[in-house]
Write a protein that binds this ligand. Structure first.
Ligand code: FAD
Length: 409
């Protein structure tokens, strides 16, 4: 049977679509299979949320024409203010001090979806296969390809590829079918998201505030609009969701304070359960995992998609070398390039959630020391800034790649 594709990406969410964008105009024939029709609100990546894109992510997206489609929708982050309710000390990270125009950018997910779709539609080497739901993945006996079977045989009964990328989300049906185990830690928390109109214009300030109930973030969307991510203990979520707009704004004002003046209006609210889900393997045969299928993180530090984009960057760089895209040596190098950054970001994010959820004197003192130290010590502040900007992970991958080129054994 013919092998129709070099690379088949299962899942056309933010991660699968971005990988497609990075592989546009390469010598590979690529297919992106998505269960939902493109551009519909049902697609999990393109809902009401906004994403804080690190500077490193912006630079990566710029290379594939995705950023130029997005600039008019992207609001720059010039300052990040991190504080804890009821405690002295705050961390302030400033773009000018870090010698950059912006620490990152806030982009509505819908706008991101539209930008990446427009790039994919113009790429001659990419087929968008949607709506189509993958039911099975079968690795061929001679190990030269993978067969994808579709639910209800729509749009065809099967397709073959040399490499399959499972970018099919947190529950990843492909990861489950291949029997790849995961480490799973549910936090008993959910993120409530909504857009909020504030009394004072944004001027590029992003706020991260830790409260006894969980962290909250206010991300500038430009003008007087903010994107709110408000963590709730699961038991408290429904009562906040059920509040009238006026009561919701007053509860939020009480938690967040008055830094942005009076909170004036709130849009549609939605909630997402939060947990850490980490796959125990990056690949299996000719199938490699990416995005939430590989690691799903708490959004406390806005790192999930940024980390996934660095994975995508490393994978696309390796694929740009040409040859069999599913060869074992390439997939091993992918794991080697990415394991350090993945471990650091996942562990730091998890530690942050744990530290700021703990009550008691000792965790409280530790948090105060962290705030005072991070604001007072330029070295620590710079380290935090670079982590936020997503620059360490990219530099680390690139360093490993260069070392691998110098010392290929
Ligand atoms: C509240 C919240 C705020 C966040 N904020 C940030 C932030 O500011 N910065 C940041 O970096 N990250 C953030 N994240 C993380 C970010 O949203 C995720 O990293 C990103 O959405 C992962 O995208 P994905 O494409 O891997 O998965 P998904 O969005 O889940 O996409 C998977 C796709 O696969 C498709 N699919 C599934 N199964 C099949 C199948 N069998 N056949 C075909 N298609 C299939 C689905 O339809 C879907 O379109 C946030 C997360 C949350 C919950």
């Amino acid at each position: 049977m013919d092998i129709e594709y070099d690379v088949l990406i299962v899942g056309g969410g933010m991660v699968g679509a971005s990988l497609g964008g990075a592989l546009a105009e390469t010598g590979y024939h690529v297919g992106i299979i998505e269960a939902k029709p493109y551009g519909t609100p049902g697609q999990p990546s393109y809902d009401e949320r906004s994403t804080a894109l690190a500077l490193g992510s912006k630079r990566f997206l710029d290379r594939f024409g995705i950023w130029s489609e997005l600039t008019h929708e992207a609001a720059p982050i010039s300052h990040i203010h991190v504080s804890e309710r009821g405690r002295f000390g705050a961390v302030h990270i400033d773009a000018l001090e870090q010698n950059v125009q912006a620490l990152g950018y806030v982009v509505p997910n819908r706008a991101f979806g539209a930008a990446v779709l427009s790039v994919l539609k113009h790429a001659e080497n990419i087929d968008l296969i949607a709506p189509a739901e993958v039911e099975q993945v079968i690795q061929s006996e001679n190990e030269e390809s993978v067969e994808i079977r579709f639910l209800n045989n729509i749009p065809t009964d099967c397709l073959r590829a040399r490499l399959v990328v499972a970018a099919d989300g947190t529950k990843s049906p492909i990861r489950q079918k291949l029997g790849i185990p995961v480490e799973k830690h549910l936090y008993g928390q959910s993120a409530l998201i909504a857009n909020v109109t504030v009394g004072k214009p944004c001027q590029g300030w992003a706020y991260e505030r830790f409260t006894p109930a969980g962290p909250m973030a206010m991300l500038p969307m430009g003008g007087d609009r903010y994107s709110l991510v408000w963590t709730h203990q699961d038991a408290d979520l429904n009562s906040t969701l059920a509040l009238s707009d006026a009561d919701f704004l007053s509860a939020l004002q009480q938690r967040f304070g008055w830094r942005l003046g009076r909170l004036k209006a709130v849009g549609q609210r939605a909630a997402y359960p939060l947990g850490l889900i980490r796959s125990q393997a990056t690949s299996h045969g000719r199938v490699v995992l990416a995005g939430n299928a590989l690691h799903t993180l708490h959004p406390v530090a806005g790192q999930g998609f940024n980390l996934a984009l660095r994975d995508v960057e490393a994978l696309s760089r390796l694929l740009s070398e040409g040859g069999d895209p599913g060869r074992e040596s390439l997939l091993q190098r992918y794991r080697h390039l990415r394991e350090g950054d993945m471990r650091t970001v996942i562990n730091l994010t998890d530690a942050m959630v744990q530290l700021f959820s703990e009550r008691g004197l000792l965790p409280g003192m530790l948090r105060s020391m962290l705030f005072l130290g991070a604001d007072g010590l330029p070295g620590l502040n710079r380290l935090l800034a670079r982590q936020h900007m997503g620059l360490y992970g990219a530099v680390e991958s690139s360093r490993r790649l260069q070392n691998a080129e110098k010392f290929p054994w």
